[in-house]
Design a protein around this ligand. Sequence first.
Ligand SMILES: C[S@@+](CC[C@H](N)C(=O)[O-])C[C@H]1O[C@@H](n2cnc3c(N)ncnc32)[C@H](O)[C@@H]1O
Length: 374
Amino acid sequence: MPTAANPPAGPPVPDGMNPAVVLAQRGRAELEFLAAARASLAPLRARVRDRVEASPAAAGWERDGAADIARLRAEVAAELDGMPEQAVIGAALRWGRRTLTPRAEDAFAERRDVLTGLAAAPDPGAIADRGDAAVPRYWKYEFHGTRGGWDGHEHMGFVHHELVYRHLLVPAYGDIFAQRAKVAGAAPRDRYRAICDLGCGTGQYTLKLAERYPDARITGVDLSAASLRYAQRRAADRGLRWDLLRAPAEDTGLPAGGHDLVTSFILLHEMPPHAVAKAFAEAHRLLRPGGDLVFSDVAPYRRRGAHQAWLDDWDAEHGHEPWWRPAAQADLVAVAEAAGFGDVRQVALGPGSYPWVTIARKPGAEHLREGGAS
Ligand SMILES: C[S@@+](CC[C@H](N)C(=O)[O-])C[C@H]1O[C@@H](n2cnc3c(N)ncnc32)[C@H](O)[C@@H]1O
């Protein structure tokens, strides 16, 4: 039987994934079919892109300083009205979103005997929990079409981050783990003593933080119990130990001033704007004076060309991302400053301005020297 120490033969396993994951033939074939169906749309997508880029709507977007996404959407909708390629893409996207999690759950069920052993938390009782009363209503939405939300399956963390990521997202978007490593490396100091990863999920970014700052004590906060259980497993499989807490990022209940880095990777676009502002305020509270904030999220529409901005917004609307548009339009510099941060800046770490990172410092003491948090 394949194990982590004895991985199965086959294509290389993406960095950050458990090499021991093997599916039964049927489950693997279904997920591969979904990935292939998605990939087969590429020529249709290219035709739509050409049409959008040549449209007066695109010229208007560039001319008006990429300011009005609602207008761009309306003008492009009129341009694409009746275009069969776009109708097929829309139907395929809606079908894929409905189908993906159930097929991944089925694939898990077929190999439950082996996969439960790879997915289960070694010590679930060690995950601290603020309780159900602390869970905001917006979090229960079925983001990405995850049936039942992030906790819709006992092992949703594993199902989503090992099966869906491995079979769908990595083939579609390439090395999404390298992006996390880049963001971890964008923090201003070489060493941190105590790091808090808000919206840590199953610990994929947390792992990159642990690799980059091996001396730091790491706390991961998320609202998903299933994700935290797999995060604990991910850490334990690598001989690591993280403090894990089920709580809202905007109200963790952790002691004030206990961290020198508070960070997140693709959390903010899953929160409504009022909660994003609270998460910045909570990060400020959690940091000691002189500590750093590093929040990475979706690229702003103003940094995208007309086709890419239109596609982001269209995909978000049809792909269960209710807070993407506000996130892509937010002025996070102003939000950070309103929360009390100074030295606020934003950097793009990849093509199309993604990952897009907001970096800031809590004003105060000089005792956190550059190159080493004392
Ligand atoms: C797209 S996942 C990203 C997970 C992880 N940072 C990574 O790099 O893979 C977003 C995560 O944010 C969590 N989340 C969303 N809103 C939250 C909130 N208000 N407080 C804590 N976690 C939240 C979700 O449960 C989910 O695990």
